[in-house]
Design a protein around this ligand. Structure first.
Ligand code: HEM
Length: 400
């Protein structure tokens, strides 16, 4: 095993405009340079190989939580943000993660999700009915509304709250991005406080007057033997669902439309299996979340390199999705290729809990869009936003 110090080093700013528009050539360089490579500006060893990413996501010796003695206490002025993260399943491992995930899965049933299909379809039509004549930016007109309204309804929040949810969620995810500055932090903290106050007030209402929604279901899981969710856990889960359920889906929808129009890929109307295969290819070729980190919980080997407890590694999901040892001509969007699991939703203990909902929203959202607007074409070249490790468009100007 080689030590981390001797790793190949590669350099690229995650805010470099050329990288933001097309990060894939750099991922190819990383993958070719070795199973694990030091990405100078990210400050971590990273991997873009499919087998290594897949193994790491499933390895219990790697976790989201820092091992004892390695994490940093966040500064006091960021407390409103980190207090929410402290109870978020995405940031926890082991029994606390398993308990939270199981409780949410109990409420996030496939029946509850499947029941949303007609609502998603109606909403898509309503949004398109309101499109201006001739052309629009698809992101504010369509992609941003659909996931926000659906996740709000699932939780039991009125549609009218969607603009606030959108604003809070957008401000909060800034904390994970390379563009993070003091101003981004201040906005994230303010959004966290407003978001938390809003959810706590809604929880108080649901406690008095339960309904058929996810917040009420999570509150019901509080009763009983004490193994249920605390109010802080419900709050963090609601905010996680809103943030995770919203940003990634907006970007996936925009990226997919841009990819199809740029590559002249036809949407296979009337063939649900082919539609589903095309959605998977879009998620593989241009996913919205590019990199997730893990802490090393005990000394171990990753890709032939020795890692020590307290080290970290970056898993380049988007780079692994274009590994030629897993997919033939990986940059080509080919729904007819033999299907195999891609990495866009992660894997293992933290595998995306919302994947079935996201897939359904994408399939219906794209189906209705291409059916209603058969002459859809790109108005201008789509431009990706400076959001790394999120990967989504700034604008998506379309004509129809
Ligand atoms: C976790 C991707 C949509 C809820 C994750 C992870 C990925 C991901 C990669 C794993 C992160 C890690 O391993 O560290 C995506 C993509 C989406 C999407 C690409 C859209 C196309 C959604 C939706 C929801 C959701 C719609 C909910 C409504 C979650 C939750 C987790 C998660 C709760 C944490 C699971 C855990 O920690 O056990 N997602 N997601 N996601 N996602 Fe998604």
């Amino acid at each position: 095993m080689t030590e981390l110090l001797s790793l190949p080093h590669l350099s690229r700013s995650p805010r470099d405009p050329a990288f933001v528009q097309d990060p894939y050539p750099f991922y190819d360089m990383i993958r070719q340079a070795g199973p694990v490579v030091q990405w100078q500006e990210w400050g971590l060893p990273v991997t873009a190989r499919s087998t290594v990413v897949s193994a790491c996501l499933r390895d219990r010796r790697l976790g989201r939580e820092a091992p004892e003695g390695f994490g940093q206490t966040p500064p006091a002025h960021l407390a409103p943000f980190y207090d929410i993260e402290a109870h978020s399943m995405l940031e926890l491992d082991g029994p606390r993660h398993a308990k939270l995930r199981a409780q949410v899965l109990r409420a996030f049933t496939s029946r509850r999700i499947a029941a949303l299909a007609p609502e998603i379809e109606t909403l898509c039509h309503q949004l398109i009915d309101a499109f201006p004549a001739g052309g629009c930016d698809l992101l504010p007109a369509y992609a941003q509304h659909l996931p926000a309204i659906i996740i709000a309804r699932l939780l039991g929040l009125p549609d009218a709250t969607a603009p606030d949810l959108l604003r809070w969620s957008h401000a909060m995810v800034g904390m994970y991005q390379a563009r993070r500055t003091a101003e981004v932090e201040a906005k994230a903290v303010a959004a966290s406080s407003e978001f938390a106050a809003f959810i706590r007030a809604t929880l108080a209402e649901r406690r008095r007057d339960p309904r058929e929604d996810l917040l009420s279901a999570m509150l019901a899981a509080q009763a009983g033997d004490g193994s249920g969710l605390s109010e802080d856990e419900i709050l963090s889960t609601a905010i996680l669902l809103l943030n995770a359920g919203h940003e990634a889906t907006v970007h996936s929808l925009g990226n997919a439309v841009a990819q199809f129009l740029e590559r002249e890929t036809q949407w296979p109307q009337g063939d649900p299996a082919a539609e589903a295969a095309l959605v998977e290819e879009a998620l593989r070729v241009d996913p919205p979340l590019h990199l997730f980190e893990r802490w090393v919980l005990e000394d171990m080997e990753i890709g032939g390199q020795a890692f020590r407890r307290g080290d970290r590694i970056g898993l380049l999901l988007a780079g692994a999705n274009r590994d030629p040892s897993a997919w033939d001509r990986p940059g080509i969007l080919d729904p007819a290729r033999p299907s195999r699991p891609h990495h866009a939703f992660g894997a293992g203990a933290h595998f995306c809990l919302g994947a079935p909902l996201a897939r359904m929203e994408l399939q219906i959202g794209l189906r209705v869009l291409f059916a209603r607007l058969p002459n859809l074409s790109l108005g201008e070249r789509p431009v990706y936003a400076d959001l790394y490790p999120f990967h989504g468009l700034e604008t998506l100007a379309l004509t129809y």
